[in-house]
Design a protein around this ligand. Structure first.
Ligand SMILES: *Cc1c(COP(=O)(O)O)cnc(C)c1O
Length: 385
């Protein structure tokens, strides 16, 4: 699986993203099969991980819903054919325009992150004579064992409403005529590989549900536990598909669902991460005094994760199998953080070689930018070349 057709790469302008459609389809099939083992489990693809329309179409055709964090993403999900009834919309800063658009589209649920936001949705829903279904995004105060920049469930993070404030906020929301509170939403972070973190979230959700029931007599029909399941960046070829069985079983075992309660998941990285590769060509090999640099034509603007999160990506030289040497693999951009790997063992590399930077399907193309007047890299699907 994930064998790259290097013979076809020579003619293409580098860098580019290459997506293995078969792997994506197998991954989506695995998600659906594993979630499908439990009644009332629904999976929404987190569009922000990769909004390439051709990938979205594959994901939509397989039947997943969408988790969006902007009006543009709601539009992209609709454009890919995802039914409005399967779209949820989170985000701390939803604008009036985005809310109006999503109300008109008739999305399933707004995941509301503050009281002022609830007030605005209430007002705008009233204007168009609708009742908006909302879930409250709760900041559960649960730490995730991942990089500090991608934890979201702590009091210091901007996301959601602190669980201690929940009863007051719910009391306010219940007074708003054009809102219908249907659930609670959580999302504790990304690239989480320890199931214990999800167990901790379940425990907190259970406590909150007990509290709402005993203090307010409130039971809600939906729980949305977010996404965050990680992928194996170190051994992508050995583990191309994440362990969805273990992930969903954790929730099935630990979440105390009320009768008929539906559970929603928002997976991004775990669905698209491994199907994507950033393919880049070596422009120069430069020998410094203490290091050898492989300078490639991809930069941090094409894949920002290493610069942003000190993230690890496997790198293989697809055109050399000579003895390995240690290199720093760097991009051409005028920033010292434009580094893909330090002291990485790579087959002896020369100008013109083609490198594969693996596991670039999530938060790669989606986070690309044009710094240094660089053109956004093209994307190719395995089914097209
Ligand atoms: C980013 C995000 C997700 C998806 O996270 P992954 O780690 O890619 O699974 C899910 N829900 C919300 C609200 C998000 O912001």
């Amino acid at each position: 699986m994930n064998v790259l057709p290097v013979n076809k790469f020579g003619a293409l302008e580098t860098p580019f993203y290459y997506y293995d459609v078969e792997l994506l389809k197998n991954t989506v099939a695995s998600v659906l099969a594993e979630a499908g083992k439990y009644d009332g489990f629904h999976v929404h693809y987190a569009v922000k991980a990769n909004f390439n329309p051709r990938l979205l179409q594959i994901i939509s055709a397989a039947g997943l819903g969408a988790d969006c964090v902007s009006g543009g993403e709601v539009q992209a999900a609709l454009g890919a054919g995802i039914a409005p009834s399967k779209i949820v919309f989170a985000g701390v800063g939803k604008t009036e325009k985005e809310i109006r658009f999503s109300l008109a589209a008739g999305i399933f649920c707004f995941n509301v992150e503050s009281l002022p936001e609830a007030e605005l949705i209430n007002e705008l829903a009233g204007e168009c004579g609708r009742k908006a279904e909302i879930a409250i995004r709760v900041n559960p105060g649960v730490a995730a064992h991942t990089h500090a920049n991608i934890t979201t469930g702590l009091a210091e993070n901007k996301f959601g409403i602190n669980y201690e404030l929940l009863p007051e906020v719910i009391a306010e929301v219940q007074k708003m005529e054009n809102l219908s509170l249907i659930g609670l939403h959580f999302h504790i972070g990304s690239q989480i590989l320890e199931m214990e973190d999800f167990v901790a979230l379940c425990n907190r959700v259970n406590d909150i549900q007990d509290m709402l029931e005993s203090d307010m007599g409130l039971q809600l029909p939906h729980l949305n536990v977010g996404g965050g399941l990680g992928i194996d960046y170190e051994k992508p070829l050995d583990n191309p598909i994440p362990d969805f069985a273990k992930y969903f079983a954790t929730y099935a075992n630990c979440l105390k669902r009320r009768e008929g309660q539906q559970v929603h998941f928002e997976l991004g990285r775990s669905i698209v991460g491994q199907c994507g590769t950033l393919v880049t060509r070596v422009t120069y090999v430069k020998h410094g005094t203490c290091k050898k640099f492989v300078i490639v034509d991809a930069g941090m603007n094409d894949l920002v994760r290493p610069a942003l999160y000190q993230a690890y990506h496997e790198i293989d030289n697809l055109t050399s199998d000579a003895t390995a040497e240690a290199y720093d693999v760097v991009g051409p951009i005028c920033e010292s953080s434009d580094v893909f790997a330090k002291d990485r063992m790579l087959s002896q590399t020369k100008r013109g070689d083609i490198l594969a930077i693996r596991s670039a399907g999530a938060y790669g193309e989606a986070m690309a930018f044009g710094y240094n007047c660089r053109k956004l890299a093209d994307a190719y699907l395995s089914s097209e070349i």
